[in-house]
Structure formats: C-alpha cells, structure tokens
Design a binder for this molecule. Structure first.
Ligand code: FAD
Length: 597
C-alpha cells in the first residue's frame, strides 16, 4: 500500500528562500497570505490530502467509475464525502475572485495544493482541477450576468466544470470541429454533436456540471476561425439560479482506459442541448486557451506529483528491502543481507528522480509566481514581462515535467523489482496514471511545436532573450563564490548549448520548417534541462546562505547541495546531445517515403 507525505518544508524553502515570495507582496491577494499563513494553509492542505484523499487512491483505481442505464455515473466509494469536505472548506475557490465568493489568495498557493492533491489521488483531483480551469475561462470571457449566475456556485464547489474540445475525428486539429450551434429565438443556442474523452463529464460529486463546449455556429468560417465557446449546463438554472430542467446533454459511455480510473472520462452527446455563447462569436478557441494555459501548468504539476509520490515510496522500500551486500562491505552485518539503498545503482536511480522533483517544483512555483504577476500586477510593464515569461515556460512545464515525470514513475517502479509490477504495492498505478499527462492538454509533441513555432519567435524572441540574460547575470554575479563553481560551469555550458540551438533554428528553420519540427522536442527538453539547472543553482545558493547564517536544518540544506551536484554532473551533460540532435536537422527524419514506414 503506497503512502504520501506532502513536501510542505520544501515548498516553504522555495517560496521564502529561493524565489522571493515576499517580493510579490504588492500583488492583490499576497498580503492576505503572508509567509506564516502560507505555512499554516499548506500544512492544513497536506493533512487533508494525506489523511482523506490519498487513502482513496488505490481503491478508487480498482473500483473505477460506473455508468448506469439512465446515463448517470457514480464515482468510487468515498469520493463524494471527500469532495464535500474539500469544497466546504473553500479549497476549490482558494485563488478565485472574492467578488464571486473566492478567497482571492495567490494562484501560486492553489497550484501547490494541487500538487499535493494530485500526488495523493490524481483521478479525484481532476474534478476540482477542471472546475478551476473553467472558472478561469469564465472569469475572463463571460458576461457579467453569466458570471453572477455560474461563478459563485462553481467557486463554492457546488457545481463543477469541464472542457469539451475533442471529437472522434479531431483532437490536436481543432479546426476540424463539427459540433454545431444553432441560434434559438431567446438568444440561447441549440448545441448538437459528440465530444469524446471528456474528463469529469458526468459524475455524482456535484449538483450540477457546467460544460464549456466548443462548437461551430451556422455559417461560421471554416477552420479555427469559426469556433465559438458555449456554456452548456447539465441542469438549466431556474429563476433562482438553482438546478432546474435537465438539459439534453448525456454521457453515452465511459472510456475504458489505462489509468486514472477514478475519473470518469466520458463520451458526451449533445442533442440540441441549450447553451449560451461565451465572449464573441468565432473567438471560442482563444477563450478556451485561457482555460488551457492554466490547465497545461496544472498537467505539468500532475507529472511532478506522480514522480514525487513514486519517489517517496521507492525510497522507503529501498531502505527496507534486504538484498545482496554493499560492494564496499556489509552495512547490515547482523541481517541476512543489506538494504538495497546501499547499492550505487539503486541510489543513482533514486537521486535521478529526486533531483528532478525538487528542481521541477522550483520551476512550477517560479512559473506560478509569474502567472500571478501577469494577472495581478498594477504595473503594465511588469505584467507584460511576466505574461511573456509565463507563456514561454508553459509548454516546457507541461512537456518536460510530464515526459520526465512519467519516466520517473518507471524508475521508481524499477526500485521495487518484481513487486513494482504487482498491483498491491501501488507502483504500477503511478505509471499508468502518469502516462496520460504526456497526451492530454496538447500532446507533448504539440507543446514542443508551440514552444518553437509560437512562443520562441514571439516579439522577436524577447522572452527567451530575457531568460538568457537572467541566467547569464546569475552566473556573472556569482563568479567569485567558490562554493558555487561546481554548479556554474555546467549551467553555463547548458546555456551555451541552448543559445546555439536557438541560433541554429534562426538560421535553418525559417526556410526549412521541417528542421524546426524535427528538433522541437529536443529543444523543449534542452530548455527544460537548463531551466531546471538554473533552479538548482539558485537553490544551492540559497541553501549555502542559510547554512552560513546558521538558519535552518543542516541536513535539509546539505541535501540540496548534493542533489544539485547530482543534477549538474549526471543530467546537465545531456544538453550536448540534445543540441547534436537539433543540429542534425530534418534530412534523415524526412527521407524515407511514407510507404516505407
Ligand atoms: C484520459 C483522457 C482525458 C481527456 N480529457 C479531455 C477533456 O477533458 N476534454 C477534451 O476536450 N479532451 C480531452 N482529452 C483528449 C486529449 O486532449 C486528446 O487526446 C489530445 O489532445 C490528442 O488528440 P488526439 O487523441 O485526437 O490525437 P491526434 O491529434 O490524432 O494526434 C496523434 C499524434 O499525432 C501527433 N500530431 C498531431 N498533429 C500533429 C502536428 N501538426 N504536428 C506534429 N505532430 C502532430 C500528436 O502529437 C499525437 O502524438 C482526453 C484524452 C484522454 C485520453
């Protein structure tokens, strides 16, 4: 049976000592969550996740969701009670607008709590996670009347939200959407079509479900320029705003799938269902992107969360499992064998996972702080700089944290040997659950194309140049710090590789776009390696400062130095091979004719 302990101390170290949480205190909501209160909120969330949500994970996976003949869906035992406790405590709306009943606290904080939830029980966490995304989209794009009607109930957790993009013939290429919206005389629309793979599409956790649906209004232009966004509630709100008439949207079936069995992934049939336009006609995709950007950061966090919970269990197992003797002589001479944690290969595996986890956590907190700044700063230039950085780093967080997060669940499973393959231990569930994070919210290949094709060249590459300048400045500012030297050289080498790859694209990808397509995934990972390396350099510097000041747990701070060193020695060298892949170009990739595959 797997266990989980939320990394509260690590989050506090990152917020307070590494990423300068107090520097953001002028942003709305930050003053209401000073550092001591953040500690208390995180501790409370950690307790709920560890004691209530995590114990439902394995059994929820086994039981799964059930669709009944009338189209209703029941979630696994215990999910309803946990969801009620969660919403009644105000967790769903922690970062939402106080005007509609939210607490207005930093998104950075809500995103951390989402990591704890996801590591405890990813399938359960998706019900509120999608609701938070839907709230974000409505907050920005809905009319005042729509906001008044839907947001308070969604923010309180009484109603949940979904996103409906995918159709049987279209996933990545949303320009192919066929679902239709026909205008009714009263200003509403009749929505008809089929959506597939809809997470949390039908369930018994909330009294109403608010579907955000992409559909094409009659006579709309072809392609992505003809798609509009609609609110389609399961129950139409009555005069008092309570759930009234049942709408003609139903769950046709639940997909049989590899993991996240506790989350109902539904085929949703819209049969002239009543819906209301959100924002402008034919501007639905950009409205949905508000939801998708936040959701992409959230999916990156899911990758990290699965990697972290898998690591914790593998580390516990490695301390207990007795097999073989240490190469340097018995460490447990009175026992039948030594614990496998003595073996360098097992340690290497564990360190690889943990060195990633701690840097990935730093990176998502940094991205979340920038996202808060982009939305909440009063200063337009701060807002636009933060928005550019958040846009640039979002595909990296989504793509890299889920690719490596999944690989790490496999690494952690390997530490268990054959027992990792057996369901009882829970390790194979982490592998199965983590796998979807690489696919949904835009498959990772698409994240890489978004980075290289859109985010990188945007505004003449300004955001990337700002990243280069920041890392170069950090290296320069610390050239005299002897303790940091083992970290700075690999970081600078990695940055040089990233700069060289960027130049190579500028020279070779404009005229030959296949060169960008063939190198995009390597570029995304190269960027990820450098960004995570930069996080390590900053963490080690902060740990060194705290050790010098005699401030904090020596063991915790020393472990940062070791893990950072591991990253620099054993992971950063991969930047060279990523650069080599990129500069190999597209010739070989594109040379075989299609029929030869
Ligand atoms: C469990 C689960 C939950 C989901 N939840 C939701 C949800 O709540 N709402 C929702 O709307 N959807 C949801 N999805 C759908 C998901 O977002 C899509 O599956 C995903 O976007 C990929 O679309 P697709 O499956 O049609 O693959 P395709 O678009 O057919 O892509 C297949 C492969 O081709 C690659 N590819 C496609 N086009 C290109 C290109 N131009 N260049 C390079 N490579 C390309 C992709 O990277 C991918 O690897 C969910 C899916 C699953 C399995």
């Amino acid at each position: 049976m797997a266990t989980y302990k939320a990394p509260v101390d690590d989050v506090l170290f990152l917020l307070n000592d590494v990423l300068g949480y107090e520097r953001y205190s002028n942003l709305a909501g930050f003053a209401d969550a000073p550092p001591d209160m953040v500690g208390a909120i995180l501790a409370e969330a950690a307790k709920f996740c560890e004691e209530v949500v995590q114990p439902l994970n394995q059994q929820g996976d086994r039981q799964g969701c059930t669709r009944h003949e009338d189209g209703s869906v029941t979630t696994p035992d215990g999910f309803i009670e946990a969801y009620q406790t969660f919403s009644e405590a105000g967790w769903v709306g922690l970062a939402c607008d106080p005007e509609f009943g939210g607490q207005g606290l930093p998104y950075t904080l809500a995103a951390r709590i989402n990591e704890f939830i996801s590591a405890s029980n990813m399938a359960w966490g998706m019900y509120s996670g999608l609701t938070q995304g839907a709230i974000a989209a409505l907050q920005v794009h809905a009319s005042d009347e729509q906001k008044q009607l839907y947001l308070p109930k969604m923010i309180s957790g009484q109603w949940s939200g979904t996103m409906n993009l995918t159709e049987p013939h279209c996933g990545t290429d949303l320009g192919l959407i066929k679902s239709r919206a026909e205008a009714n005389e009263d200003g509403s629309y009749a929505i008809t079509g089929q959506k597939i793979f809809i997470s949390s599409g039908e369930h018994d956790l909330t009294e109403n479900i608010v579907h955000l649906v992409l559909a094409r209004i009659d006579d709309a232009p072809e392609g992505t320029r003809g798609i509009s966004l609609f609110i389609v509630p399961k129950f139409l709100p009555d005069e008092a705003g309570d759930p009234g008439t049942r709408n003609t949207v139903t769950c046709g079936s639940i997909e049989e799938k590899m993991g996240i069995h506790g989350n109902a992934t539904c085929v949703m049939n819209y049969d002239g269902a009543t819906g209301w336009l959100v924002g402008e006609e034919n501007r639905g995709l950009s409205a949905m992107f508000t939801m998708m950007n936040e959701a992409r950061l959230g999916v990156g966090v899911q990758g990290l969360a699965q990697s972290d919970v898998a690591y914790q269990n593998a580390a516990d197992y490695a301390r207990e499992r007795l097999q073989g003797r240490a190469l340097s002589g018995a460490k447990n001479p009175d026992g039948d064998a030594d614990p496998i944690i003595v073996h360098p290969d097992v340690r290497r595996t564990l360190l690889h996972i943990r060195a990633f986890n701690e840097a990935a956590r730093a990176l998502v907190i940094w991205a979340a702080l920038k996202s808060d700044e982009a939305h909440r700063s009063e200063d337009e230039s701060a807002r636009s700089g933060a928005r550019a950085f958040a846009g640039l780093i979002t595909p990296v967080v989504k793509g890299v944290l889920t690719d490596i997060g999944f690989e790490n669940t496999v690494r952690a499973q390997q530490v268990f040997g054959g027992h990792g393959y057996i369901a009882e231990w829970g390790m194979e569930q982490f592998v199965r659950d983590a796998r979807i994070t690489m696919i949904y919210e835009g498959a990772n290949g698409i994240q890489a194309l978004d980075l290289v094709g859109r985010k990188l060249p945007k505004d003449g590459g300004k955001a990337m140049m700002a990243f280069f300048a920041e890392v170069n400045q950090f290296v320069k500012d610390n050239t005299d710090d002897q303790d940091l030297q083992p970290y700075l050289k690999p970081l600078k080498d990695g940055l040089d590789h990233l700069e060289a790859a960027t130049m190579w694209f500028m020279k070779n990808a404009m005229a030959e776009p296949d060169n960008a397509g063939a190198g995009a995934t390597d570029y995304m990972h190269l960027f990820g390696l450098v960004a995570l390396g930069y996080m390590w350099a900053r963490m080690v510097k902060a740990a060194g400062d705290k050790i010098s000041n005699g401030n904090g747990s020596e063991e915790f701070l020393q472990s940062k130095k070791v893990l950072g060193r591991f990253w620099m020695e054993r992971v950063m060298p991969d930047t060279a091979s990523r650069l080599a892949h990129i500069t190999a170009g597209a010739d070989t990739v594109m040379s075989l004719p299609e029929e030869a595959f």
